[in-house]
Design a protein around this ligand. Sequence first.
Ligand SMILES: NC(=O)c1ccc[n+]([C@@H]2O[C@H](COP(=O)([O-])OP(=O)(O)OC[C@H]3O[C@@H](n4cnc5c(N)ncnc54)[C@H](O)[C@@H]3O)[C@@H](O)[C@H]2O)c1
Length: 272
Amino acid sequence: MSFTIDLGERTALVTGGGQGVGRAVCLSLAAAGARVLVNDFVPERADEVVKEIEAAGGTAAARPFDVSDYAAVTGAIGADQVDILVNNAGNAGPGGWDVKAPAAGSKGVSVSVGAFATTEPADWDRYFAVNLYGVMNCTRVALPGMIAAGEGRVITIVSDAGRVGEPNMAPYSAAKAGAAGFMRALAREVGGGGITVNNVSLSTVDTMGLEERAREDDQLADRLRRQLKRYMVPRLGRPDDVAGLVTFLASPLAAWITGQTYPVNGGYSVSV
Ligand SMILES: NC(=O)c1ccc[n+]([C@@H]2O[C@H](COP(=O)([O-])OP(=O)(O)OC[C@H]3O[C@@H](n4cnc5c(N)ncnc54)[C@H](O)[C@@H]3O)[C@@H](O)[C@H]2O)c1
């Protein structure tokens, strides 16, 4: 038996597509035949992924912008017909844990902001900017074209931090839960128009080099061992673990699936 996902003729926008989960999603959608618009806050990352896609025979173009800046989103993609929107940019936004050249000793800002009682409103903004407003901005700009076409896919990458809660990550958890709720409301608005809207919820996917660092850091290795005891499949996630489900949800095969949240999490939490 063979199984094919064909996204030919469709254009996909993947936010934060320059690395990690977003990069894997870009490569997967392109392999399924979509033309991929690779967004990233860091233009060089988007350019690299475009080159990778083209080298593999696919079609792509870079669309660098900050998803949290509505005017920038409108300026960059307002003229594009987006058939598939993957809202992936997240974590702590620009300058997050992905920083390639952090200040000495810094690993960048993580999603862990500390005990909520010790935080100030100014600490919360960056999580809402990228994880909630970024999702709303890109969706607002891409949606009219989908409505006009009578077809579309919106897929947002959320987090189990927002589903089941994580200590020290309250602002991030709140922003992700907000994005998931926004998706459910939207699903009800546009389901009659051929547009499906879903969330994919992740537990820890090793986009920050945790396993590599743990080889030289006993404390981190110990922390990971304890963390993985809660996973039914006891390993960290990999970006490719996520790309397959996103590509399926983006396809015609998923035309009757909407308003849902699918965990891709090694069994860290269960959905009933
Ligand atoms: N990695 C995990 O363990 C994990 C767990 C749960 C959920 N998630 C979610 O999955 C998604 C992908 O995570 P990841 O770890 O692959 O990300 P990452 O941090 O490795 O990469 C994100 C990319 O998005 C870009 N980006 C950040 N802010 C942006 C903005 N405002 N506008 C445009 N681009 C921006 C960054 O430059 C970066 O290239 C995020 O939404 C994240 O919150 C990740």
